[in-house]
Design a protein around this ligand. Structure first.
Ligand SMILES: Cc1cc2nc3c(=O)[nH]c(=O)nc-3n(C[C@H](O)[C@H](O)[C@H](O)COP(=O)(O)OP(=O)(O)OC[C@H]3O[C@@H](n4cnc5c(N)ncnc54)[C@H](O)[C@@H]3O)c2cc1C
Length: 408
């Protein structure tokens, strides 16, 4: 049996690994193997184009890394919140109590909300907007001073369309923190190692899929015959005719824009992830070398992260304009041009679904209405409420099992 997998991201590769020995598999990849989790390599090290870490609950990722002979290093990653140009660490109870932009009552409300979120049935809130939900349950102050900047940073122009169910589910999965902060994982020398080891031995073809046609009981992918197609690329790029026949709903995606910087100086004292409330350019400063040792890199590695709509102003600026814009904005936080060794801009047009109102009804099952055509990736069940490396690895495994089940 011949299987075509469209996309050599984590979903496509984990699907191909699961089908090994069962089918003759070709993985088509138009760009870099690893997709959104791929890396940029300097002369001395490789680093993800977009910041990446994993979580203690990432069962499939941890197991895959172990099987490929890789060790995951766990570290407490400190977080902070930048407000009015000042950075506040927000990890320990004392740091949270000291934070001046929320009243004690609002902090207590937030703590109770977080604790209760684990026991709530979020699905009932899928048709309610996140802004209304927060306003009604927690009040205007918490909405405007705490959540609104985070929502804007996470969803750009789309934040008003996000469902309250998404926030509740997201808070629930991320509420399991230690008092000193959250323990996050990373493969020393980068997830690049994982991607290289996954791809070894796979039949990955550096070719963009431009045409998929159903002919009789088979498929033609760029003119070549296959029994089965597993589509793991972003759904907006799928041919409309196939999409309709397969019964795939329209799902909105957001874009990512990220400046990756190698620097002589750092921006924060010791914080890995700083949410930035008052910037129109980036929503977070992520200092990778406050998570992994500086010695592994020999310079500070810093991301300035933004989300945008695919047709938004930020995504459509040239890289040159973006470099200037990010450097000007980060200088507000004390990093000047002379501290910067290099800066590279990375953009991804379809970097994740928007978890809009009614999204739970749009999560895509692996099997579609078009027999032999399967869909897996960031819109699959394991990638709700947050798309992740683990969610995509799990989706890849599960779609391959569906293929095997149907054809054996
Ligand atoms: C800014 C950012 C930060 C993130 N941080 C984290 C994190 O800290 N932790 C975490 O767990 N996850 C994180 N993620 C999410 C994680 O990277 C993704 O969920 C995961 O990598 C998606 O894998 P995928 O295979 O489903 O999709 P993709 O990576 O999008 O793979 C799809 C592949 O299909 C290819 N393709 C598209 N069209 C075609 C075509 N026509 N023909 C052939 N190939 C095609 C693409 O080039 C791509 O390689 C982050 C993502 C972003 C954008």
């Amino acid at each position: 049996m011949k299987v075509a997998i469209v996309g050599a991201g984590l979903t496509g590769m984990s699907c191909a690994l699961e089908l090994e020995g069962y089918a003759d598999v070709v993985v088509f990849e138009k760009n870099d193997v690893g997709g959104l989790a791929s890396s940029y390599c300097t002369e001395s090290y490789c680093i993800e184009k977009f910041y990446h870490h994993c979580f203690k609950g990432d069962k499939e990722l941890i197991e895959l890394a172990k099987n490929l002979g890789l060790k995951i290093t766990w570290r407490i990653a400190r977080t902070g919140y930048a407000f009015d140009g000042k950075i506040y660490p927000l990890n320990t109870p004392i740091e949270i109590l000291k934070y001046p932009h929320l009243s004690l009552l609002d902090k207590i409300k937030l703590a109770v909300f977080t604790l209760k979120s684990r026991r709530r049935d979020y699905t009932r809130e899928d048709n309610r907007g996140v802004v209304d939900g927060i306003k009604e349950e927690l009040g205007e102050e918490i909405l405007n001073k705490f959540f609104m900047p985070l929502l804007r940073a996470k969803f750009g122009e789309y934040y008003k369309e996000v469902s309250y169910a998404w926030l509740l589910a997201r808070v629930a999965i991320r509420s399991n923190r230690k008092l000193s902060g959250e323990e996050l994982g990373y493969v020393r020398r980068g997830f690049h190692e994982l991607i290289v080891r996954m791809s070894e031995g796979l039949n990955v073809r550096n070719e963009e899929v431009k045409k998929i046609e159903k002919i009789g009981g088979k498929f033609e992918v760029n003119g070549e015959r296959f029994d089965v197609v597993v589509y793991t690329a972003p759904l907006p790029t799928l041919d409309e005719k196939i999409k309709k026949a397969a019964g795939i709903p329209d799902i909105k995606y957001q874009s990512s824009v990220c400046a990756l910087i190698g620097a002589k100086e750092s921006v924060t004292e010791d914080i890995y992830w700083t949410n930035v409330a008052d910037s129109k350019v980036f929503g977070a400063i992520i200092e990778h070398t406050h998570f992994m040792p500086f010695e592994d890199y020999g310079e500070h590695v810093i991301y300035l992260a933004s989300y945008s709509a695919p047709n938004g102003w930020l995504f459509n600026k040239s890289n040159d304009e973006l470099r200037k814009l990010y450097l000007k904005e980060v200088s507000r936080f004390g990093l000047s041009d002379k501290d910067v060794n290099w800066i590279v801009i990375f953009k991804a047009k379809y970097s994740g679904p928007i978890y809009e109102k009614g999204y739970l009804g749009k999560i895509t099952p692996y099997r579609t209405k078009l027999k032999g055509f399967y869909v897996a990736g960031m819109t699959s069940p394991p990638n709700y409420p947050e798309r992740s490396m683990n969610g995509s690895i799990k989706a890849g495994i599960e779609v391959a099992r569906a293929v095997k089940e149907d054809l054996s």
